[in-house]
Design a protein around this ligand. Sequence first.
Ligand code: F3S
Length: 427
Amino acid sequence: MFLTDEEKGMRDGAEGGAVAAAMDLLIRYGEALGAERLCETRNVAGTMTQPSPAKAKLVEEGGWAKSFAVINLDCDDDIEIPRMKVPTCQLQHGFGKDASGLTSYPEQSIVLQGDAESYFSERGVNILATCTPYQVGNIPVRGEHCAWMESSAVVYCNSVLGARTNCEGGASTGAAGLTGRIPYWGNHLPENRFGTHHLVAGVPVDDFQEWGMLGYFVGDAVQEGRPVITGELVNPDLADLKHFGAATATAGGVEIYHIPGVTPEATSLEAAFGGAAVPEPLVYGEAERRLVYETLNDQGESTDVDFILLGCPHASLDQLERVARRLEGRRIHSDTELWVMTPAAIRTMADRSGYTRAIERAGGRVLTDSCPAMSKAAPDGTRVMATDSAKQVHYLPAILGIEGWFGTLEECVDAAITGTWRGELSR
Ligand code: F3S
């Protein structure tokens, strides 16, 4: 692999043992991928603070430096961890203090995570603690090379922001934070960003639920492809595209998509395919829509719901406002829990805007940092959940062995009030 003089210096220890280990890891990783060089990044979104039994054991043996060296740098040496060289943030991790006592999620994991936050924030890791860093200030510019983890964030970064990242891991993001480098391959290369499949929506896609269902269909249809979507697409907003991308990366492995006239690299259908012939379209019609809805609801049997989960990917302020408005003057059923997951920064804004108070007055909770699927924990005794997220209903029933329903935000809030699922496909 070609290395600049600065990169050779980092590899040879000019900036210390941790940077040398990081550079060594990136070279091995890049060579395995066939990358010819590294590229500079000033935007890393990874995970250093997520607790796990393996991490707890390493911390006990040699502190956070040992844990970071082994897990994030693939290095057994006794090394000091310096400050991150470039802006680096922590994505979602485990449940935080606000979830303490609400589930069987281990208290020691919450404590361990708190310690990790102190250690890594002193080393320049910004604790955003969300799967949606782009909602709380980390918004790379078009064309910027990034090193991000988290499938729903990666697809948003590439598609909606037009920045460039592969779906990185804990090791490569740790190494990228210390060096400001990441292998130049995959989505970093302009020629790898053009569409491979053409999909046409033959039914109106006009709200959060419809965008999630279309995303689930698209992901299943193209798997790791790069879909270009046209048709009856009605003015998507941030929440719609957040849900759409997360669903494409759930049913498939989509890391970039284009919507001509909406996403920045698709000024036209032709441009989205880089001037190559536009493939025959695959149509998403009424039958396909119904099938997606049935698939997303095939884990539901009992209509007695006891857990409602909103905010996957983490909720925006607008979404919290909608939940608060729907709950006005109402009270959540005594056998039901309602949780809305959101970034801590948005929770602060929701507190000041009165939305948290309104949700809590009705008996719901606004929680941060994680989600039930990520932390593998829901309220104790949960048997049947409902959610407005295609991603959460895909994963959580399988993870926890519970039933799951998928519907609109309004249907979910109403189920929280009545304890009964009455969702159905509109139109
Ligand atoms: Fe975020 Fe959890 Fe969904 S991490 S994308 S809320 S599965």
